[in-house]
Design a binder for this molecule. Structure first.
Ligand code: MLT
Length: 199
C-alpha cells in the first residue's frame, strides 16, 4: 500500500487519513493539519483501481459495495495499521480515522468488523458499510459525522442509519449537517476540530 507517514509530537495520537474515490494520500493532509497539527499522520492510498480512480474497496455500482472485497480490504487495512505502528513506533491504541466518502466507508467498516481498532473516527459523508451483521462492542467510542442534507452520493438516511447502528453498539456519535451536497466543507472540518478538542 502506498502511504505517507508524518511523525508528530510525542504522546500525540495518530490520524489515519482515508481519501475519497479518485483521491490520493495527499488529499486529507490539510485536514489533519487543521484538526491537530501535532498528531502523527498515516495517510493511505486506496489500492483498488476503478478506471484510474483510487478506492479502498470495489463496488458493483455507485453506492452498491462488493462486500467480499470490502471485508478483505478492511482486514488488510487493519493489518497495515498494526504493521506501521510497529515500524514507526506509534501507539496502536491511539489511532483516529479521518475519512471522506469512500475513505469514510472503509473507516466505518473497520468499526463494524474490529473491536478496539480505532480510538475514534471523523467520518465525512459516510454510508453504512454493511447491513445485517453484528457489530463489535464500541463502548463510548467517539465518532463525528459530517454529512450533507442533500448529498446525492451518500444520502441523508445512510448517515442517520450509521449513527443509529454505531450508537446501538455503544458508540457516542455527533452528527453535523451541511447542505452542500457531497462536498466536504470548511465548516464541517471546523466542527470536527471543535469536537476533537473536547475529547
Ligand atoms: C463508495 O463507493 O464508497 C461511495 O459510493 C462513496 C464514493 O463514491 O466514494
Amino acid at each position: 500500500m502506498e502511504y505517507i507517514f508524518k511523525q508528530g509530537k510525542t504522546n500525540k495520537p495518530t490520524f489515519l487519513l482515508l481519501h475519497g474515490t479518485g483521491g490520493t494520500e495527499e488529499d486529507l493532509l490539510p485536514l489533519a493539519e487543521m484538526i491537530d497539527p501535532e498528531a502523527n499522520v498515516l495517510s493511505v492510498r486506496g489500492s483498488v483501481d476503478e478506471n484510474g480512480m483510487n478506492r479502498f474497496f470495489k463496488r458493483l455500482a455507485e453506492g452498491v459495495f462488493d462486500e467480499e472485497d470490502l471485508i478483505e480490504r478492511t482486514e488488510e487495512l487493519n493489518n497495515f495499521i498494526e504493521a506501521k505502528s510497529n515500524e514507526y513506533q506509534f501507539d496502536r491504541k491511539q489511532v483516529y480515522a479521518i475519512g471522506y466518502s469512500n475513505g469514510a466507508n472503509i473507516a466505518g467498516s473497520l468499526l463494524f468488523h474490529y473491536e478496539n481498532t480505532l480510538k475514534g473516527a471523523m467520518l465525512f459523508h459516510p454510508m453504512v458499510p454493511r447491513r445485517g451483521i453484528e457489530l463489535p462492542n464500541l463502548d463510548q467510542l467517539p465518532v463525528f459525522i459530517g454529512a450533507g442534507e442533500n448529498d446525492p452520493i451518500c444520502p441523508k438516511q445512510e448517515s442517520e442509519d450509521l449513527k443509529e447502528l454505531l450508537e446501538s453498539n455503544g458508540a457516542s456519535v455527533e452528527i453535523f449537517w451541511e447542505n452542500q451536497g457531497h462536498q466536504l466543507t470548511r465548516r464541517e472540518v471546523d466542527q470536527a476540530k471543535e469536537w476533537y478538542d473536547k475529547l
